[in-house]
Design a protein around this ligand. Structure first.
Ligand SMILES: [Mg+2]
Length: 209
C-alpha cells in the first residue's frame, strides 16, 4: 500500500498541473478581440508592467496580502510594491485586498497604509468575497486582475469569478505543514538572491489591535 504522503503529493501535482493549464487559458478569456496577453506569472508585484495591464484592458486589481505584499511572518516586504500601487492608482486602476489571514489587525493596518479597501478572512477561493470586491469596483469581472502567490486560493478564486490572474513568487516565510508537502506545486519560490525589503511590524500594528 502506498504511503499517504506520496498519494497526497501525487494528487496535488495533478491538481497543480491542471491549474497551470487553466491559467494559460483563463488569461485569454475576455481578451479574444485583443491581441495582447497577460503574463501568467511574475517574480514580484513591482515587476508587472502597469502599461501592459492597461493595454490588456485591466481596470481593477484584487490583491492578495500574505506573501504577496508582506511575508506571513512580517519579516519582508515585496520591494517597491507600495510605489507600484501608487503608480497603478495614478494610471486609473482600482484596488481591493482579499486576505485569508485571520489576524484582522494586520489586514486593517495594510488597508489603511495602502489606502485600499480590504476584506478578511476572505475564504478564498470561494467566490463570495471576490463577488463583493467586484461589486465594490463596479467593473466587469473580465476587466479585473487577481494578483497573488497561491494557485489554490488566488487563482481558483479568480477562475471561479471570471477574473484574470497573475501569480507572483511567494515572499520567503516559514513553511506551513502543507507547504512542506505540496507548496512547490501551487506557489513559486522567491528568486534566490532576489531583493527583499525588511519590515518592522512593531512600528505599525499596535494601533490596529
Ligand atoms: Mg498569499
Amino acid at each position: 500500500m502506498k504511503n499517504p504522503t506520496t498519494v497526497f503529493r501525487k494528487l496535488f501535482s495533478i491538481f497543480a498541473s491542471w491549474l497551470h493549464f487553466l491559467i494559460q487559458g483563463n488569461n485569454q478569456l475576455g481578451f479574444k478581440s485583443n491581441p495582447h496577453r497577460l503574463p501568467p506569472r511574475a517574480s514580484t508585484l513591482a515587476s508587472i508592467e502597469i502599461n501592459w495591464l492597461k493595454t490588456c484592458s485591466i481596470q481593477g486589481i484584487i490583491l492578495d496580502l500574505d506573501n504577496t505584499i508582506v511575508s506571513e511572518d512580517d519579516q519582508y516586504l515585496s520591494p517597491c510594491a507600495e510605489d507600484w500601487i501608487t503608480q497603478a492608482k495614478l494610471a486609473g486602476l482600482q484596488f481591493f485586498i482579499l486576505s485569508n489571514g485571520k489576524r484582522r489587525y494586520r489586514v486593517k493596518y495594510w488597508s489603511h497604509r495602502l489606502d485600499i479597501p480590504a476584506l478578511s478572512p476572505a475564504k478564498k477561493p470561494f467566490p463570495p468575497a471576490f463577488q463583493q470586491a467586484i461589486a465594490y469596483m463596479q467593473l466587469p469581472a473580465k476587466r479585473i486582475l487577481v494578483i497573488g502567490d497561491s494557485l489554490h486560493t488566488d487563482f481558483v478564486g479568480a477562475l471561479l469569478s471570471g477574473c484574470s490572474y497573475i501569480q507572483v513568487a511567494s515572499l520567503p516565510h516559514p513553511p506551513r505543514w502543507w507547504e512542506k508537502l505540496a507548496g512547490r506545486w501551487v506557489q513559486i519560490s522567491y528568486p534566490s538572491g532576489g531583493e527583499l525589503w525588511d519590515f518592522d511590524s512593531a512600528a505599525g500594528y499596535e494601533s490596529f489591535f
